[in-house]
Design a protein around this ligand. Sequence first.
Ligand SMILES: Nc1ncnc2c1ncn2[C@@H]1O[C@H](COP(=O)(O)OP(=O)(O)OP(=O)(O)O)[C@@H](O)[C@H]1O
Ligand SMILES: [Mg+2]
Length: 369
Amino acid sequence: MEYAIETINLVKRYPTSSRLATAGMPRGPAARGNVGGFGAIIDAVKGSRGPFIEALKGINLRIKEGEIFGILGPNGAGKTTLIKILCTLVLYDEGEVYVNGHDPRKEVAEVLKNLQAVLPESRGFNWRLTGKQNLEFYALLYGLSDADARERVNYLLDFTGLTARADDGIQRYSTGMQRRLLLCRALLRDTPIIVFDEPTSGLDPASAGEFRKMIIDRLAKDEGKTVLLSTHNLQEAQELCDRIAIMERGKVIASDTPDNVRHLVIEDRMLRVAVSGAVPGSQEGLIKDLEAIKGIRGISTEIGTTGNFQSLSMRVEKELDLAYVLRLLSGSGLVIRSVNTEEPTLEDAFNLITGHDERKGPRRMAGGF
Ligand SMILES: Nc1ncnc2c1ncn2[C@@H]1O[C@H](COP(=O)(O)OP(=O)(O)OP(=O)(O)O)[C@@H](O)[C@H]1O
Ligand SMILES: [Mg+2]
């Protein structure tokens, strides 16, 4: 079967910054006055043989036609690198990559007929032109005829809800509108695959929600496109994606549907019990009794102003008999005021697999940021 996107043992190495700082710099007195000359470029290329940051360390992904696939991962995981390889902006070093069967290293034109990327940092719009004029400019650049360009631009402005502001200079566009314009530009060529790097970063919650809705309803459902996106937003991944891959330090460490990922990683549920009537000092014995029960871990208590504990939280295995736990609590003289169980969230799973602990702040990644 041919996949929309397939990577096999994909490896990408970047020269380290120390190398970059020296690579390409003219050396010796003879080179003075020749900054940026051809020799410097050759040097830069030679310099790239130096020590490397391995941004991707053997990525295997298979994305099916029509899927919405999310790539999650902390800063520096390699998400943007992967996306840039797919849209031919970065060359990979080892492995294989196919975009509808075409190799981005060898068949650039074919790949770009099949895949367009929306990168948040991409520029290239003329700030003195209107949104519509900018799109018409790109449509002509992409080889559309005058009539086709006009029709496609109007369709896309409508598609992304920009028609009312189409004739405004784009310096007046908000971040959300600029993002829509970038999407219009990517859709000019009507490719079957669209790739987004952090599509909703920098958007307010309402605009982000609208943008997500547009991806699901219009791109995936109406147009049947394959969508690959990277995100830091776990809620977004859960809401949007058919399947996700969690990346860390250049590796895919989990890949499945969002529901399967969270249940694969965390079998447990969280049990929270609010109590009253605790006798001061009694909690230690109770916690020991709870800890002795197989299938309970990570017990924590919340202490009230009087020094008594008011609630208990713990992770419990799915099959554990909760009635037994509650009998133990009430048997120790506690009054049970409320009981809550929560399924693990994708965020719990993500934090567990990436070792990212909210209380300590984001973990600094080697070679990241
Ligand atoms: N042009 C470059 N030159 C050298 N190293 C780079 C370059 N681009 C990225 N890197 C390094 O490659 C690794 C992966 O970076 P990448 O931007 O792909 O991560 P990311 O997952 O997109 O992170 P973020 O969430 O911060 O956007 C990082 O260690 C980064 O420092
Ligand atoms: Mg990135």
